[in-house]
Design a protein. Sequence first.
Length: 209
Amino acid sequence: MEGSHLRRRSRYLLALSILLAGPLLLCWLPRAEPLVGGPDLSQLPALQTGDWLFRLGHSADSRLVQQMGGGDYSHIGMVVATEPRVLVVHATTDDDPQRLNQVLISTLEDFLQPALARHFAIARPGFLSAHQKQAAAQALVDAVGEPFVLEVRDQPHRYCTTLLAEAIQAQDPGFEPAWTRLDNPLYHGDLLFPSAFADYPGVTWLHRF
C-alpha cells in the first residue's frame, strides 16, 4: 500500500493532522530507523509457493499505512515460485521506476532490499492446501502488469492486499480478512491493510526481521 500514489494523499493528511494535533503528531509517528545492512537471505527458512512476505518501508507514507492499519507492516506480496529463484508478486507504485503503479513480479532480493524494507516477515497460510496456494499464485502471475488502484472497498481497486485477497478468495471463499473503516479527508470507506493478513487465523510465522 506504500508508494508515491499514497504519498500525495498522505502528505495532505499529515499536514491536516499537524494543524489539528500539533506536536502530538511527532509522538504518534515513529521515526524511521535506517537499515544499515540487509539480512542474510541465505539463512531464511525454505520458502513455499503461497507464502506471504510482509515489509515495512522507511518513508512517512509507509509509517502512515502502518499506523492506520494498526499493524507492523505496510506492504505484502506472495511467493509465486521458488526455483530456480524465489519470485514474489505484489502491487506497488514505485518499487521499479521503469514499471510504476502496477502489479510486479520481483525477486526476493529486490522485494527485501534494504532501501525498501526496514523490517520484514514471512508467514505461511496453513488454512490453504498446496493446490489452492499454487492456483492463487498463478492468478497473481496472470495479473502482472495490471494497474495499481488504491480505492475504498466499494470502488474498483487493486493494491497489495486486495490483489492477494481476491486470488485467495477464488480458491477459498471463506477467506475474509477484516477491512478497516476510514473516515478522513482522504478516504471515506473501507481499506484492507496488511495487518488483516498478519492477524488472520491459521497463519504460521516463519521469520521476522
